[in-house]
Design a protein around this ligand. Structure first.
Ligand SMILES: Cc1cc2nc3c(=O)[nH]c(=O)nc-3n(C[C@H](O)[C@H](O)[C@H](O)COP(=O)(O)OP(=O)(O)OC[C@H]3O[C@@H](n4cnc5c(N)ncnc54)[C@H](O)[C@@H]3O)c2cc1C
Length: 538
């Protein structure tokens, strides 16, 4: 590690230097227990890195790659698990059962090609790794066989290489994290404007590989919408599409790589569509007596072609839990533009909200050429935003005080939404009562489209210490079965990885997976890339 370089915690969210002191953690724990009404009285501590039992590396790199490969304890542990609740619990307890044997840090595409060539010769699996924020077991070297694993961490490829101002596009390397690429684009007054909640640590390559969904967006939500062309290194050679604003020339080569989750190639760079940084911003919180009324308002807003920059409906429980509102469901509404004021659009959206019983708070606006958020955001809007940004950090405390926490997300068309929502809520409630004795389920829309919303459910429940993973697995299976049976997708933006496989296998057409297998046989003939993720090779 270079002197002064910050390291992420080996077990949870955030950098090592952001870890709260035991006193701070105890204070947070007390607050959570009071708020939720459950949670253990004692605060557990994570197993120190040096006490974690790790199996010995089973392979050594060739001399030509030794300089960019590491078998250091920290590197193997930090690349051994993702960041789902079940991953954080296991890392907290030092249960890193499938660490990579080596972690490779390529500095160039040539390095990537050499690593893949060596992995094929050594019959080792190669796992592309961006920020390691996968919540679906996407980067855990968990295979059906005992082949060795080499994790290929792209963090050395993190530059904005070129900006095309005329077409408003930028060529960015895959290992750039959200803050890194935004800081570089800011020098040109531009933004990619793709904000997954994991933005701080996840990477462009990871977003493309998982078809990530950004927040604060209703029109361009998934990274798919922002990708102009992709370049990847596969075991069979390089794959690069033409830069085009649109094309009708057959199935899109980019679409095969977007969402391929490291199974077809290592994405090294992409041309992406960027925008000028917004300067006109308006936001408003609207309360509704009930979630269903808010949902009708949101449907009308999304079908009116207004495309707010934020249109997020929280149910009563979620609004209260985040401290955003204690008087019903809350719609967090925002519009922004680099070009023109958005007050008219806001007024039209508020008219839709009022028509469905919504009660708007004060509209906050900012027309200044400022990099800050609108001044004087309504309290409910900023309370919700703070809770959203803090949630991943809070989860570490949940683990330490014996609270099971998870989120699961899906999408459904409007015509089926009401029944779908009540079925999933009831199933989750029943699962929590059965597995944990009690608990809370809440729902919000993370994204809305003219033809349907993307509901996102949060569960919190008392854990049985040392049995959290079993509890989580049982709850996850119950709600996932329900989501698939009721016609939803197993994921709107969290990807498939290893952990969503049983339900993805039920969702996708059988002929499609045969076509994917054929593509894999061509691009990755030895089957070294991320075995077990997304689909099984032929
Ligand atoms: C707290 C939290 C909040 C989250 N919020 C969101 C959210 O709002 N929206 C959302 O979409 N997701 C979210 N996620 C999930 C996760 O952040 C996304 O899946 C993200 O896109 C992963 O990016 P990454 O760089 O961390 O990839 P990794 O976790 O390193 O990898 C994810 C998958 O992509 C593959 N991969 C990574 N880089 C490459 C590459 N260069 N080439 C080929 N394959 C590659 C890996 O092999 C793996 O299968 C969240 C996760 C957490 C923990």
């Amino acid at each position: 590690m270079a002197v002064g370089e910050r390291r992420m915690k080996h077990w949870g969210w955030g950098y090592e230097d952001q870890e709260p002191t035991p006193e701070e953690r105890a204070e947070m724990a007390e607050g959570i227990r009071t708020h939720l009404g459950f949670g253990a009285p004692d605060v557990e501590r994570p197993m120190p890195l040096e006490d974690i039992e790790l199996r010995e590396p089973r392979i050594e790199p060739p001399a030509s790659l030794a300089e960019i490969c590491s078998s250091e304890r920290y590197d193997r542990v930090a690349h051994g698990l993702g960041k789902a609740y079940r991953d954080v619990v296991r890392a907290f307890r030092g249960q890193v059962e499938n660490p990579p044997d080596l972690v490779a840090f390529p500095r160039s595409e040539k390095d990537v090609a050499n690593i893949l060539e060596w992995c094929a010769d050594a019959s080792a699996a190669a796992i592309p790794f961006g920020g390691g924020t996968s919540v679906m077991g996407g980067i855990e070297p968990r295979f059906d066989d005992d082949r060795p694993a080499v994790t290929v961490d792209l963090k050395g490829l993190d530059r904005v290489l070129e900006v095309d101002h005329t077409s408003r596009a930028a060529l960015i390397q895959a290992g750039a994290t959200g803050p890194s690429l935004e800081n570089q684009l800011r020098e040109d007054g531009l933004t990619l404007r793709h904000f997954p909640q994991s933005f701080e640590y996840s990477t462009l390559g990871g977003w493309i590989a998982t078809r990530a969904g950004g927040h604060f967006a209703t029109l361009y939500t998934h990274i798919d919408d922002l990708v102009e062309s992709v370049r990847a290194i596969t075991p069979s050679g390089n794959w690069e599409s033409r830069r085009l604003p649109g094309s009708g020339a057959g199935p899109s080569p980019d679409r095969l790589l977007i969402g391929s989750e490291g199974t077809l190639g290592v994405i090294t760079q992409a041309w992406v569509r960027v925008q000028e940084r917004p300067v006109h911003k308006v936001s408003c919180g609207v309360t509704f007596p009930a979630f269903a009324a808010g949902a009708e308002a949101v449907r009308e807003i999304s079908q009116a072609g207004l495309y707010p920059s934020n249109c997020r409906l929280l149910d009563e429980a979620e609004a209260a839990l985040t401290g955003a509102s204690d008087s019903g469901a809350l719609l967090v509404l925002g519009f922004e533009s680099a070009h023109h004021p958005m007050d008219d659009q806001m007024e039209l959206a508020l008219e839709c909200a009022r028509d469905h019983g919504g009660d708007p708070g004060q509209v906050s606006s900012s027309d200044r050429r400022s990099r800050r958020s609108p001044d004087g955001d309504g309290d409910s809007v900023s309370a919700w935003r703070n809770a959203f940004l803090q949630a991943p950090y809070l989860r570490d405390t949940f683990v330490a005080i014996g609270v099971v926490s998870d989120t699961f997300e899906t999408a459904i068309t409007w015509d089926r939404f009401a029944d779908f929502h009540s079925t999933v809520m009831e199933t989750a409630d029943r699962a929590l009562a059965r597995v944990c004795g009690n608990g809370r389920v809440s729902c919000r829309f993370t994204h809305v489209y003219p033809d349907g919303p993307a509901p996102y459910f949060t569960i919190l429940a008392p854990a049985r210490r040392n049995h959290e993973v079993e509890q989580w697995d049982e709850i996850k299976a119950a709600v996932s079965d329900c989501v698939i049976d009721a016609g939803g997708t197993i994921t709107h933006h969290h990807a498939v990885g290893r952990d969503h496989r049983p339900w993805y296998d039920r969702q996708r057409p059988e002929l499609f997976v045969r076509a994917l297998r054929a593509a894999k046989a061509e691009l990755d003939p030895s089957g070294i890339l991320n075995p077990g993720v997304l689909f099984d090779p032929a």
